[in-house]
Write a protein that binds this ligand. Structure first.
Ligand code: NAP
Length: 253
């Protein structure tokens, strides 16, 4: 790559939380960043943070679980920023409930966004990576992949993403493409705030209670995950592939 060329990163669910922190961090690493989220207007804050710091970014509205929208989003990124070389499959939703109360719709929504969405985005982006002979894919798994009460759908999807990641690493390695998964523990975002509301706890109280169970005695921040993603997507990480990194303030079983 010449020094004037800039690699293009795609971050799904980049409007807020871990995705927004990752988009900003990758821009600070010198990447041009496409911020993809359901609502294009919601991407504005992240895009402005990047451009205000002198970076290049574009916001793209798309539902990653919709085949036509995922394809169109990647085509637009290629037109407006350049061929994508980095993909962070971060878009996510929760539909928590105990198994006996979980609806088929709750199951399908979670599978569609996490698994189908990551599949569709990766399939759309990989042709650009193969053509360039270089690529970095990071999928967001979770500590819930190890099992978590009330999350039969989410834990299955997050464990599924680990298998997906390893298969991508095996299939795409010969094209200079790596694939890894980052599995966060408790991170303070709108997602965990919604969980606090569901169990009728204040967010500060909920975070404090969670922190007592974490060896480093604090909950994670979106930047903690962005830092791990920056490593996996870096130029120097080309021999690290098919790995799952738990970023949870301590070891997990
Ligand atoms: P968040 O604050 O809820 O942000 C997720 C973003 O994804 C939202 O902007 C959301 O848009 C977007 N999104 C949802 N469905 C989408 C779709 N179909 N297409 C495009 N965008 C979509 O979540 P977060 O806490 O930052 O989590 C980010 C990722 O990390 C998720 O994959 C999550 O499962 C994983 N994770 C989080 C934690 C944690 O403790 N926070 C722990 C482990 C793993 P809307 O706002 O419009 O819905």
């Amino acid at each position: 790559m010449s020094t004037t060329e800039q690699r293009v990163a795609v971050v799904t669910g980049g409007a807020r939380g871990i995705g927004a922190a990752t988009a900003v961090r990758l821009a600070a690493e010198g990447r041009a960043v496409a911020v993809i989220d359901l609502d294009e207007a919601a991407c504005k804050d992240t895009v402005e943070k990047i451009t205000a710091a002198g970076g290049r970014a574009v916001g793209v509205g798309a539902d990653v679980s919709d085949e036509a929208q995922a394809e169109a989003a990647v085509a637009r990124v290629a037109r407006e920023l350049g061929a994508p070389a980095i993909l962070v499959n971060n878009a996510g939703v929760l539909r928590d409930n105990l198994l006996f109360k979980m609806t088929a719709a709750d199951w399908d929504t979670v599978m569609n966004v996490h698994l189908r969405g990551s599949f569709l985005m990766t399939r759309a982006v990989q042709k650009h990576m193969v053509d360039a002979g270089w690529g970095r894919i990071v999928n967001l798994s979770s500590s819930s992949a190890l099992g978590n009460r009330g999350q039969a759908n989410y834990s299955a999807a997050k464990a599924g993403l680990q298998g997906f990641t390893k298969t991508l690493a095996i299939e795409l390695g010969r094209f200079g493409i790596t694939a890894n998964a980052v599995a966060p523990g408790f991170i303070a975002t709108e997602m965990t705030k919604a969980t606090a509301e569901r169990v009728k706890m204040g967010f500060e109280e909920f975070k404090a209670a969670a922190a007592t169970q974490i060896p480093v005695q604090r909950v994670g921040e979106p930047e903690d995950i962005a830092n791990a993603i920056a490593f996996f997507t870096g130029e120097a990480a080309g021999f690290v592939s098919g790995q799952v990194l738990y970023v949870a303030g301590g070891p997990l079983d």
